[in-house]
Design a protein around this ligand. Sequence first.
Ligand code: IMP
Ligand code: MG
Length: 202
Amino acid sequence: MKNFSTNENELKQVLIPQNRLQERVSELGLQISQDFAGKNLTIVAILKGSFVFAADLLRAITVPCSIDFMSISSYGTQTSSGVVRITKDLDESIAARHVLLVEDIIDTGLTANYLTHALRQRNPASVDICALLDKSARRIIDLPIPYRGFEIPDVFVVGYGMDYQQQYRNLPNISILRLNGCSKPQQHAANDPDQNDSQKSP
Ligand code: IMP
Ligand code: MG
C-alpha cells in the first residue's frame, strides 16, 4: 500500500476498506433511488469532507436528481452551539424540492442539526440526512439519519474525502488516524477556514 502519512502523523489502521465502502454506497444509492422515485431530488453535499462520498453516491442513484454544494466553517470551538457560517451557499433554489443533505460524518450532530433547520427555512418539500459515518457515542443532539453508511466508534478517522488539517482526503479507504500515539487529535484554535472538516475535538 502507498504511504499516505505526512509529518509525524501515522495512519493507525484501516477501519473501512475500499470494497466495503463501495458495497455500502451502492446499497444506499439503491435505497435512495427507491424512496425518491418520482420525486424531484436535490443532493446537497457539504464541502469539503463529503465530496468523495457524494460523487460515488450520485453515481449509485438511478433516479433523476440534481446536486448542489454548500461550504461551511465553524464559529469558535463549534462544540458549544453548532452554529456554522455558510461560506459557499447553494447555487439553485430548493423550494418545493426533496433535499438529501449528504454529510461525511455525524459526530455531535450540531452541524447537521443547524444545516437541516437552515435548509427547512427555504421551503423545500422535505429535508433528510444521508451520512456515510455515524459516531453516535458522541451525539449531543438526537437526529434522524434515515440513510447511514456505517456506525463507527469514537475514533478520529480520515480518508475517502475526510481530512486532518487538509491531509489524507485522497486515501481510498477510511483509516483511524494516530497522532503522536493518540487516536484523538486535539482541537486547535478556530483559525482554519475549513475548521469544521479538520479540527474536531475528541
Ligand atoms: P458535528 O457537528 O460534531 O456532528 O461535526 C461533524 C463534522 O465534523 C463532520 O462533517 C466532519 O467534518 C467533522 N468530523 C467529525 N469527526 C471527524 C473525524 O473523525 N474525522 C474527520 N472529520 C470529522
Ligand atoms: Mg464535514
